[in-house]
Design a binder for this molecule. Sequence first.
Ligand code: KG4
Ligand code: ZN
Length: 336
Amino acid sequence: MRVLAIDTSCDDTAAAVILNGRRILSNIISSQNPIHQKYGGVVPELASRRHIEDIVLIVNEALEAAQVQLKEIDGIAVTQGPGLIGSLLVGLSFAKSLSFAAGIPLVGVNHIEGHLSAIFLEEKPPRFPFVGLVVSGGHTSLFRVNGFGDYRRLGQTRDDAAGEAFDKVAKLLRLGYPGGPIIDELSKTGDPKAIRFPRPSLSKNSFDFSFSGLKTAVVNFVKVSPEPVGGYPQELVRNIVSSFQEAVVEVLVKKTLRAAEHQELRRIVLSGGVAANSCLRQRMEEEALQQKRKVYIPPPEFCTDNAAMIGVVGYEYLKRGIRSPYSMNAFSTLDI
Ligand code: KG4
Ligand code: ZN
């Protein structure tokens, strides 16, 4: 079964063709970073306008790169939510029209379920059940994953998402957007122990997260030392971001391992843009190994937004005969 998958949940226009839910025939992403960079974050109105301009080109490019024609496509999978409503509506309306015009079955996919399923594009994916951590710009959630469509949320952030905290700290220090990859790189030459930022852990028995206090601690730290003419010294900036990243990683690793222990699960899957973070990847693997648990993380380009992961989920549902009606709507928040 060849599935054409489309994701326009945020600021990337993405389309992919996936064979039997596992093999990537094409995976095209048009990043809007240059548009949003100067605002230090995604501007929803600009994002949806750009999706409208790009969607036909990107879908055509995905079909061409896969060397398949539209008539060889057996199903269309499209992200229905969560995400920016204007952005989602572009992909969803396009997918509905294409499905109707070409007579191809359509299924709506949850973006978070997509992130959790990106790992099935790997050669050796994990068996169910596993603990899944989704850490992106909009979400920080821990799940027990029993199978496709069978999820139990163990915890989530009560305020900012981890990626959002990375982006806000980078904006504060005027490092650029998106902040995650920039902080990841700068931190490699900083001292993670230079500043002891708080590790917001909430109660011991909770698998919820909170990152706004940590973000405020960084803001307060920076405010105390006013910016000198010519900007903050590079070494100080590297130490701030490195110490901030250290705090985020420590909390994510600790909670995820505790959840695995609590659920008596040996397998852990990381997903979402922040799972591209080199420090998080390394630390999670090291500490899980000490507890004889195995961590599965997609390559960085499949942690951040892409349509291939939507194709994995779409295939699973289409295979079971599940179809979405043309009355399907987009939702900015959507549970899995
Ligand atoms: O999954 P994603 O591409 O989009 C959402 O669904 O939100 O995640 C984007 C988020 C951004 O906040 C970005 O700063 C963060 O992932 N991110 C990273 C890294 N790469 C992307 N955060 C930390 N380290 C990275 N290497
Ligand atoms: Zn995402």
